[in-house]
Design a binder for this molecule. Structure first.
Ligand code: ACO
Length: 365
C-alpha cells in the first residue's frame, strides 16, 4: 500500500484527548477559544487532558496543592544535574538526560503524573538558574502554575496581567493530538515502557527544529535579519531560493493558519509593547507579510511564542524546554491512553534494497 510521505493525513489511532478538526484545536471537547475566553487555568487544562472533564472547584484546589507539593527536586538529583550541566550545554539535551535520570531514581510508587508535571517545571527552572550561576528558587504557594513558572525562570513575581498571559501561552501549548513528539511517546508507551522512557523519547522528538525546536530557531532568524544589514526580502529571498525552510512557518495540519498563532500574535504584541521590544515585533510582522506574499505560508505556534519568551528575558535556548513543560500535560495523557488501549504500534516498511545476496568466499571475515 502506498502511504503519503511522513504519514500526512493518515489516521493511526483513536483518541479522546484532543482534536484539530476544522482547523480548530479542541481539548476533550472544549475549543481553545472557549478555554481562553474563560481564563481557564493551566492546571485545569492539565486535569481536563488527563480526565477528559474539567475539575470541580474543590478538585482544582486539591490538584494545585498536589502540584505545588511536588515542586522540588531531591538534593542528590540537583547535584547530578549540576555535574551533567557542565557536559551537556544545550538545555534540551540537559532536560532529556535529566528526565531519563529522574526515571532511574524515582520508585514506581513515586512516578505519578502530578509529580512528573511539577518536576518538569523544576528541572527547566533549575537549568536556567544553574546556567546563570544562581541558587535554585523555591516555588511560592500563593502563585499558580503559570505564576510559579515565570517566577522560577526569571526570579520576578509576574504582575496579574503577565501571569494571566503566560497561563494562556501554557494553555495553548498543552496538547496537539498526534504531533511528532506525542506520536513518539505513544510508540514507546505501546511497548509498555515506563512513563519516564516515553517522556524522554518525546523530548528527543520535540527538540528537532521542524517540531518544537523551531521556536529557538525563530529567534535566531529574527536576530540574523537584524544583524545582517539586509532587508527582510533580501535575507529571506536568498534562503528560499536556496530551498531552506523558514522557521515558524507552515504546518502539517493547518494549511489556513494555526489557531494558536492567532492568540500568540496578540500576546507577543502586548509583551513587546511592555518590554520595549516593538522593533523586534515589527520585524516579525514584516517577515510574516513577506512569507504570506511569496509562499502563502502563515506563522505557526512557534513564531510568536519566540517573541513572548524573549520579552520574558529568557535565553533563546530555553524556549523549547518551556514548550516541553507545557506539553508534558498532553504527553502524559497520551501515554496513559495508549497504555490503556494495550496494543503495540509496529508498522511495516517498504524495503527498497535487493534480496538474496551471497557473502563473497574470498572475504576473510
Ligand atoms: N519555509 C519555506 N517553505 C516551506 C515551509 C517553510 N517554513 N513550510 C513549508 N514549505 C513549503 C515546502 O518547501 C513545500 O514546498 P514545495 O511543495 O515547493 O516543495 C511546501 O511548502 C509543503 O511543505 P512540506 O514540508 O511538505 O509540508 P509539511 O506539512 O510536510 O511540513 C512543516 C510542515 C515540517 C512544519 C514545515 O512547514 C516546516 O518545516 N516548517 C518550518 C519548521 C517549523 O516551523 N516547525 C514547527 C511546526 S509547529 C510544531 O511542530 C510545534
Amino acid at each position: 500500500m502506498d502511504l503519503p510521505k511522513g504519514l500526512a493525513g493518515v489516521v493511526i489511532a483513536d483518541t479522546a484527548i484532543s482534536s484539530t478538526k476544522n482547523d480548530m484545536l479542541t481539548y476533550a471537547g472544549y475549543p481553545i477559544t472557549e478555554l481562553i475566553a474563560n481564563n481557564v487555568p493551566y492546571e485545569a487544562v492539565v486535569f481536563l487532558l488527563w480526565h477528559q472533564r474539567l475539575p470541580t472547584n474543590a478538585e482544582l484546589k486539591n490538584f494545585r496543592a498536589a502540584l505545588f507539593a511536588e515542586m522540588e527536586l531531591a538534593p542528590d538529583f540537583l547535584d547530578t544535574l549540576k555535574k551533567i550541566s557542565k557536559i551537556q550545554r544545550h538545555p534540551m539535551s540537559l532536560l532529556r538526560t535529566s528526565v531519563s535520570f529522574l526515571g532511574s531514581t524515582e520508585s514506581k510508587a513515586e512516578s505519578n503524573a502530578t509529580a512528573i508535571q511539577a518536576k518538569m517545571l523544576m528541572i527547566v527552572a533549575m537549568i536556567v538558574r544553574l546556567r546563570a550561576g544562581k541558587k535554585p528558587l523555591k516555588a511560592r504557594r500563593k502563585l499558580d502554575f503559570a505564576g510559579n513558572f515565570v517566577y522560577l525562570l526569571t526570579g520576578k513575581v509576574p504582575s496579574a496581567a503577565e501571569n494571566d498571559l503566560f497561563n494562556k501561552v501554557l494553555l495553548l501549548h498543552a496538547d496537539h493530538e498526534f504531533n511528532a513528539s506525542t506520536f513518539t511517546a505513544r510508540v514507546a508507551a505501546s511497548t509498555n515502557a515506563d512513563e519516564y522512557s516515553c517522556l524522554t523519547a518525546a523530548i528527543c522528538a520535540l527538540k528537532g527544529p521542524l517540531h518544537g525546536g523551531a521556536n529557538e530557531q525563530v529567534y535566531l532568524l529574527l536576530d540574523g535579519i537584524r544583524s545582517s544589514g539586509q532587508t527582510v526580502a533580501e535575507y529571506l529571498g536568498s534562503r528560499l531560493a536556496n530551498h531552506e525552510k523558514i522557521m515558524g512557518f507552515g504546518h502539517r495540519i493547518y494549511k489556513h493558519g494555526d489557531p494558536r498563532a492567532f492568540y500568540l500574535h496578540d500576546y507577543a504584541k502586548i509583551m513587546a509593547q511592555h518590554y520595549d521590544q516593538m522593533a523586534l515585533f515589527n520585524l516579525a510582522e514584516a517577515v510574516a507579510a513577506y512569507m504570506w506574499q511569496t509562499k502563502q505560508l502563515k506563522p505557526n505556534v512557534d513564531f510568536y511564542a519566540a517573541i513572548i519568551y524573549h520579552c520574558l528575558g529568557v535565553s533563546h535556548d530555553i524556549f523549547t524546554p518551556i514548550f516541553a513543560v507545557s506539553r508534558t500535560a498532553g504527553w502524559l495523557a497520551h501515554i496513559r491512553e495508549q497504555k490503556a488501549a494495550s496494543y503495540l504500534i509496529r508498522p511495516s516498511s517498504h524495503y527498497t534494497g535487493v534480496y538474496d545476496k551471497k557473502v563473497p568466499s574470498e572475504l576473510q571475515l
